[in-house]
Design a protein. Sequence first.
Lengths: 478, 280
Amino acid sequence: MSIDPQGPEVGADEWVARQAHRREYLPSWLGRAQRAGERIGWWPRLAIAGVAGLALPLLGLGGFQLQVGIDALVIALLAVGLNIVVGWAGLLDLGYVAFFGFGAYGYALLSSSQLGANGIHLPYWLSLPIVMIGAALLGLAVGLPSRRLLGDYLAIVTLFLGEAFVEFTNNVAPSKLGGPNGITAIDPIRSFGVVLTTNESYYYLLVIVVVVTMAVLRLLEYSRTGRAWRAVREDPLAAAAMTIPVNRVKLSAFACGAMVAALAGTIFAAQQASVFPTDFDTPILILIYAGLILGGTGSIAGAATGALVVMVIYDGLLRSPAEASLLFYGLGLLTLLVKLRPWRRLAVVLGATVALGYAAHAIAAAISSSAVASGPQSGGWLGDGLRNWIIVPANPQTAGNVGFVVLICLAITLVQVKGRWRTILLVPTIYLAAFVWETRLVNEPAITRQLMIGAILIVMMISRPQGLLGQRRVEVAT
Amino acid sequence: MSAGPGQPGLSAPVLELDRLSLSFGGLRALSELDLQVSEHEVVSVIGPNGAGKTTVFNVITGVYEPSAGDVRFAAQPGSAESIAGRPPHVIARLGVARTFQTLRLFMNMSVLENVMAATYGGTRAMPWESVLRLPRARREEREARALAEDVLSFFGQRLAGYRWDQPAYSLSYANRRRLEIARALATRPKLLLLDEPAAGMNPAETHEITELIGRLCDERQVAILVIEHDMHVVSGCSDRVVALDHGVKIAEGSFDAVANHPAVVEAYMGRHPEDLAGAE
């Protein structure tokens, strides 16, 4: 590092200060892309991402891929809005999904035959502001009792409010809200003679809305309001002593987050053409948080990227066994390649694992043909390749269950031991993980994808606690 | 040196504590405290640990509401109003700024942002104005930045240039103390409360702080109330010294008078053994 001759004299703590601030970049080419991105400024970066998003369907996305894209963009919009409340204002809001539900139900009521004799069928330019203002007011109403609550207490109260929304839509005024059957036959988005009916049109709309929202929030982040939000997160007492009305600022964060969530809700309801109470339950909240944490709380680009990554993995790749298997083996191999050093150790572990598999398979086949009766559950070339490596007995379910328990024990042992024993133990652990995958997990996408997202988050929190694009923060105990 | 009413050449009090008392349950943290700070005056508050010095600051800035008595603050000369029990951000907007004994910076915000955040009360732009970059928002943003650069330049090279974009947590301890003072100045205060500004500083830095307090008073036209344990700082900067013990004012006057006051000596050192014997 060069020292500026015109700058102040550099003492020891100055040097430490400069070193401490060196930004941490992603590894290898990702980091280079990050640096290049930083040089061109934020709005060209956002524009490039937007154009790329708009151009994506030109590659010829199928109906399924398009639906995954739409769902991912809705979650990305929600994560960007949640970032206001959690990332900037530092309020752990677990009832956030209720605002999403409010937006969806609000749009549904204003654009269907639910209310009145012939129903209300407002154009989007009229219903959107009504719903967003309603959501902002609801945000204030939720924020008012919560404004004096801190940390865990706020989390519990807002979690309750989120659950209350689901109960409300399930039980109150079934003739209007539809109870568990929800509201169906919702109008598509219609405004100034334009009616959005195809999934493509909703995809394009969402890309534009996400990009515009990100731009708006970026302008807010480094404004008077954004600084006040972050100051309140950092130290409410000091913020109050520096002329910032803490409670009002917290409420405004709640309201702004709620408006973004309601915006996402309207598009979601219009695209699905139906809303049900279960659409706005805890699982979706967990997905939004997973995206935000993976991407990095406090960073707009991080929130959007994290949500897209989580949703593409969760909704796109992990639904079909073939793609889920590719992801499983791919990520496993990648982790070994990146984390296992020196190279000799990596070669030994990989070689031993392959050898162990073929040996075990040969021995098991020699003892009893029923021990290898079922082939690997992964289909395609991957399944063929693994046929003589992995043991899949005639009753894979039971074997898989036993294997799962043993795998957990092995994994716990693995992190307890060190050095040579860890290397030795790693080989059967990898093999057993593949065994459990082939016998059991690959056919249970509903469970597998939760496990995978959990595993990805755990790995992320260990290797990069600030998230993909987040800035590392210091926590000051007060 | 206290300013009497009607005396020419001496300015009116900026801050006036009138028989101020504060109790936490049965504990009397402050009792019947009278204190005045005039314009262009530096008043030091000294006293042993637990004497109630920081509590005085917390009552003035609205963190605590006094149990009895009044706090009056004059934003303009002659316009004294009671600020007792008003919310902290309102008191700060009126022109009372403070620093904290245990540093309370916005650690994960940049140096410049720390200072700019304190201009919140002096600006009016609504969120949509900031998003649309309307004229008022742009003007205020420009002014806030200029003000921030101005108050940071007060510390010379210490908080200059490349430091502005660094997060506050990367600063050294002494620089964090300086940044807290800069942040307080950005609220455009009439009265500045400094809570142990020299704590944890080495002798050279302590000397620098002493000079700084004098410069603040002269160049920025702020009255200063400072809590300090370092007697070099207290003797170097104060026009007047107030000594507290157990929430009671035990002495007031020039540094020499207070430092040699029997009650103050007793509060710090305890009673002389011979006096103790005599008292019994």
